[in-house]
Design a protein around this ligand. Sequence first.
Ligand SMILES: [Zn+2]
Ligand SMILES: [Zn+2]
Length: 564
Amino acid sequence: MRHSASHVMAEAVLSLFPDVKFGIGPAIEDGFYYDFDLPRTLTPDDLPVIEEKMREIIKADLPFSHREITRAEARKLFASQPYKLELIKEIPDEKLGIYEQGKFVDLCRGPHVNSTGEIKAFKLSNIAGAYWRGNERFPMLQRIYGTAFNTQKELDEHETLIEEAKKRDHRKLGKELDLFLTPEEIGGGLVIYTPRGGRIRTVVEDFWRQEHFANGYEILYTPHIGLSNLWQTSGHLDFYQENMYSPITIDEQEYYLKPMNCPFHMLAYKSQIRSYRDLPLRWAELGTVYRYERSGVLLGLLRVRGFTQDDAHIICTPEQVNSELSEVLRFSLHMWQAFGFHKYKVYLSTKPEKSIGTKKMWQDAENALRTVIDENKLDYEVDEGGGAFYGPKIDLKIEDALGREWQMTTIQFDFNLPERFDMVYIGADGQEHRPYMIHRALLGAWERFFGLLIEHYAGAFPVWLAPVQVKIIPIADRHIEHARKIEKKMKSRGVRAEVDDRSERMNLKIRQAQLIKIPYMLVIGDKEIADNYVSVRRRNGEQLPAQPLADFLKMLTKEIADKV
Ligand SMILES: [Zn+2]
Ligand SMILES: [Zn+2]
């Protein structure tokens, strides 16, 4: 139905702009789009006009008819459509499928609904520029996005969700709450964290380190660049170079910015003779990597060029691999729960066509992954052939407060690097054996994780993560001194408190603190000083009973410790 709606939109645009040149118009999640080359730039005012035309076409209940034509016929039929001609050139088949409804005909495999009347509830949502074939070297077309659902109710629910998502957009909140910047001056996809964003990151990293140490990991630090030979050995220059930046020449040798941390960890492994008694080794790193992404796909914190992975490599014996995988999955779920996420979906990606390692290695690894998923009673889907060439993997998609899925955790087998780096351990038999290796990024990348956190909580972070936990608001200047004493006491207890000592009205200070979603506000006036009490407000406007500072601190520190 959605794909059919895109054809109907194309017919509506054709009736309004007879000279339109058509790009492509597929169905997408929740909707559809079509790319057009038009004589003028569309404005949002055009959308209702196009919608009206679409309604006419839907009301006319025109049948979608399918035909197969020869290549020569297709070239003739689409003679005035250069983009379609380009597509025709690339289709190897002798017979080409077309779909026709009303006055519109498209080169298309379908399928479609029987007639336009079957399109129920739709809406055109927005217009965006889109390069032909997604490539900056080709012309920029105008893309109209729409949504379509079986009922008006479903469409309305979808619209509400989109509105809510807009309010939570991490780019918008990032500015309003002063959390991070992506200034044009430093180049696309590079992020600066402001003090408030930096606070949150520090809290997350401290927690992350503490949990990793408590769960049997050690932490490595490795450089940002490495010699070309290293990336040759690891295979990155052969298989991954299009994602890497051009080399930097130092002393006539070429260095590359690291796209991954793995090779450094492999070298650390090889720095000593390892015995089976040393295994498993669980080595983690908050490693900042750089990968090339096309400028057109960069998006806030979600698609960036420089990011910090919360990486780990687990090196173990073949006998340990099942229990290690199980442990990685358990630990991942434990971490996600701590950040307030309780719904996950698992995707298992299996052997692709081009791959290394024996059939048995793949089968064993895939079975091991299935076993741990089952043990944890998780729902999963299989992505047949979706694994990397070096091993199968599981990905965890995390569901946020709006029910959207975010791909975050990835746990990957690697048959490749232990070979390439000739990693060995001495077994109980005194012989050299090849260890197994698992790569794991738990939160994924800090940037993407921060984007998820911001949108999940709509910027109202739980107290333990909030960059400022308590705003102390003196009513008049004479109350500032007392407010400072309270601030000092709170800071000494590890609470992130701040006095608002501006000569503004109390109500304005409260409103501003609420707007930037500070969890607690303490208002200090004559009465509070005389009684030695604090008046406490929550960011939702709820007023708590006046209480001694010690009582408030007790409640607050418990809330922080409980991570609620
Ligand atoms: Zn089509
Ligand atoms: Zn790795």
